[in-house]
Design a protein around this ligand. Structure first.
Ligand SMILES: NC(=O)c1ccc[n+]([C@@H]2O[C@H](COP(=O)([O-])OP(=O)(O)OC[C@H]3O[C@@H](n4cnc5c(N)ncnc54)[C@H](O)[C@@H]3O)[C@@H](O)[C@H]2O)c1
Length: 255
């Protein structure tokens, strides 16, 4: 199926690794110009951008950004518009993950989660809506990365993460209601267990996969690209009846 995305421009926050890198690749496969926004060293992101451009013949732009910094967010949109003229798609994928037992949660630590997982998403969405209105666009697409932890958790011990991802879920639905009539599609995806460098490096990473097979109905963790493909579909005009949905891409873990 042609997703009708050729020539569009997408920003992917946290696009440098894991699920975000998968999203960048899927967009490039679909002929979409990709803005890879990440807070790792810029030269790493530039290398990734060059490789995608050479492999798929799309335009790419590497931006160093911390999504929790509103000035970085504004600069990212400015640079993207300078290079590509507009931004059609925003993938709010960057997120702060971690384990914090409730007795260890301090206000400064909690605020770090809030800053990335809530404020970051608010600010990028605000810039996207402003751009949509100022350019009189017919359609724009936003996809926010939630987590199955927002709804069900079998590990516990990560309440700041769970709480802030719960906020992403409710914000997604609220924003869809607020701006949907203007042609801005706002949806979310709910990954379960995804194999990335970060999750590979968690303590007991090796045993985790074995345990996951028992928990996940499809019997295995997800590859980043498998999450990315569904997220990119949500940005297609072919998904024009999908609005304000939190799409479960957890291999049935949510069941
Ligand atoms: N991996 C999983 O099992 C899983 C499950 C559910 C939800 N998620 C969510 O998916 C998203 C991506 O997770 P992942 O596992 O691919 O992560 P990852 O750690 O593999 O990659 C995240 C990327 O985001 C970048 N990043 C982190 N904080 C940033 C910030 N403040 N500003 C800009 N860039 C930033 C990192 O540099 C990195 O390149 C997150 O929102 C996470 O909460 C992941």
């Amino acid at each position: 199926m042609d997703l009708l995305l050729k020539g569009k421009t997408a920003i992917v926050t946290g696009g440098g690794a894991g699920i975000g890198a998968g999203m960048c690749e899927t967009f490039a496969e679909e002929g979409v110009n990709v803005v890879i926004a990440d807070f790792r060293p810029l030269e790493d992101t530039e290398k990734q951008a060059k490789e995608l451009a050479e492999k798929y013949g799309v335009g790419t732009l590497a931006v160093r950004i911390d999504v929790s910094n509103p000035e970085d967010v504004e600069r990212m949109f400015k640079e993207a518009v300078e290079k590509f003229g507009t931004v059609d798609i925003l993938m709010n994928n960057a997120g702060k993950m971690g384990v914090n037992k409730i007795e260890d949660v301090t206000i400064p630590e909690l605020r770090k989660y809030e800053a990335v997982n809530i404020e970051g998403i608010f600010m990028t969405c605000k810039e996207m809506v402003k751009l949509h209105r100022s350019q009189g666009k017919k359609n724009s697409w936003i996809v926010n990365t939630v987590s199955k932890s927002a709804f069900s958790t079998n590990s516990g011990g990560n309440s700041p993460y769970i709480a802030t991802k719960g906020a992403v879920a409710s914000f997604t639905r609220g924003l869809a209601t607020e701006v949907g009539r203007e042609g801005i599609y706002v949806n979310g995806i709910i990954p379960g267990y995804v194999i990335t460098e970060t999750t590979k490096n968690i303590p007991d990473g090796g045993k985790r996969s074995e345990a996951m097979k028992k928990i996940i109905p499809i019997g295995r963790e997800a590859e980043p690209k498998e999450i990315a493909d569904v997220a990119v579909f949500l940005c297609s005009p072919k998904a024009c009846q999908v609005m304000g949905v939190l799409m479960d891409v957890s291999g049935g873990t949510m069941l």
